[in-house]
Design a protein around this ligand. Structure first.
Ligand code: SF4
Length: 398
């Protein structure tokens, strides 16, 4: 008989498809935020409870494959096949570590695991409502990107059509230990405040870790001020999406006001001192050269973040491969390496991993796509790429 703790020794095992609910802004339900391809339903067609029921054959099949056949789904292999990236554990390894204790306490048999309907960790993206139009975001992730791309849609939601979000949350309140808010931008979403109100009314605020992926550009919605809410949640983690400094930051995170954003970070640090803040830059070919200065600025100069709380995220998605660091020409890659050596940044393990990743593949045949990508930014957003990034002139072939 399989002992439950021994599941954690298997490379084919991930707790998330068992104890985690993940839904995209347009209602597509999957296994986790890293796995964009696996589908187990859509909240615009079924309720949350139907999708996360043990009767959902798509969900059951994945669990059975993992537990009984000892196989990680192929889509997961692509993401978590390696156990680390940029000197951090893979999401599978990290999630198994975080939820192991509760998992082992909760389950006694494999059958219970396969049929589980109790969710400890919820990451439901209510909509794509956003105040920014970051250059690497898809229309499905930001209403403002959808608008400038002139899509046939703007606002997408996962919580319409009687999907019964609050019923699902209520049903899981007793065992919920972690909730992640992302979007779009959660601080401007009504549903986010409704869920916080429910958690406060349940008296479980002290037990639940509340996590955000936020651009911190806005701290309120109407009369609801998010600072007032955050003061009540002792286990609060804000992963702040902040790619660069000043004008370059406003270029990639189009629509943002960098100075206002810095003031908002200071407000949070002052008024919610228990909040755990991590710096989460999305790494592209645009900011890789500046990363030593970016880190110096946010950690040593302003002390807004701690160096150990840096989480570099490679730009993800096939349509952004052309701005991935691997697509840089060889001579610029070499300049980046030299710069990291000169500044001593190469000693920072995450930056060393970033360089290794950059050098691991040559995607420079994508540079024609890079130019199209940049021209599109210039046309749709009225930006001047070479004014902001003169040192990258060679990639524009001028
Ligand atoms: S194995 Fe990786 S991709 Fe698959 S559900 Fe777990 S964390 Fe997500």
């Amino acid at each position: 008989m399989t002992r439950i703790p021994s599941l954690f020794d298997r490379k084919s095992f991930c707790v998330l498809p068992i104890i985690h609910a993940f839904v995209k802004p347009d209602g597509r339900a999957g296994l986790c935020c890293m796995n964009g391809s696996e589908r187990i339903g859509n909240t615009n067609d079924n309720t949350f409870q139907e999708i996360y029921s043990s009767n959902n054959t798509s969900l059951r099949t994945i669990r059975e494959k993992m537990i009984l056949n000892e196989e990680l789904p192929e889509s997961c292999q692509k993401i978590c096949g390696k156990d680390d990236l940029y000197a951090h554990n893979s999401y599978r390894v990290e999630s198994n570590k975080i939820f192991r204790k509760q998992f082992v306490e909760e389950f006694e048999t494999l059958d219970q695991i396969i049929n589980n309907e109790k969710y400890f960790y919820v990451d439901i993206r209510f909509s794509n409502l956003c105040n920014l139009r970051c250059i690497y975001c898809k229309p499905q992730e930001s209403t403002r990107v959808a608008e400038i791309k002139k899509m046939h849609f703007s606002l997408l939601t996962s919580t319409g059509n009687d999907s019964n979000l609050l019923d699902f949350m209520q049903a899981n309140l007793d065992h919920l230990v972690e909730i992640n808010f992302a979007g779009g931008e959660p601080t401007i979403m009504k549903e986010h405040y409704d869920v916080l109100d429910m958690l406060i009314a349940s008296n479980r605020v002290k037990d639940i870790k509340v996590r955000y992926n936020t651009n911190l550009q806005s701290l309120s919605l109407g009369k609801r001020n998010v600072i007032d809410y955050w003061k009540q949640f002792p286990k609060l983690h804000l992963a702040v999406s902040l790619d660069d400094i000043g004008e370059r930051c406003e270029f990639t995170r189009d629509g943002s006001d960098w100075k206002e954003l810095i003031e908002n970070i200071k407000t949070v640090k002052q008024q919610v001192p228990h909040a755990f803040l991590t710096l989460n830059p999305v790494v592209t070919m645009f900011n890789i050269m500046y990363m030593p200065e970016i880190i110096e600025y946010y950690t040593t100069e302003t002390k807004l973040f701690n160096l150990k709380d840096l989480w570099l995220m490679p730009v993800s998605g096939e349509e952004t491969h052309c701005i991935n660091v691997k697509a840089l020409p060889a001579d610029i890659k070499q300049q980046v390496v030299e710069h990291y050596k000169e500044t001593g940044a190469i000693e920072i393990s995450q930056l060393k991993s970033l360089l290794d990743d950059m050098m691991s593949k040559d995607w420079s045949d994508l540079l024609p796509d890079t130019r199209v990508f940049i021209r599109d930014i210039e046309q749709t957003r009225g930006k001047n790429f070479l004014k902001t990034y003169p040192e990258l002139a060679t990639i524009m072939d001028v």
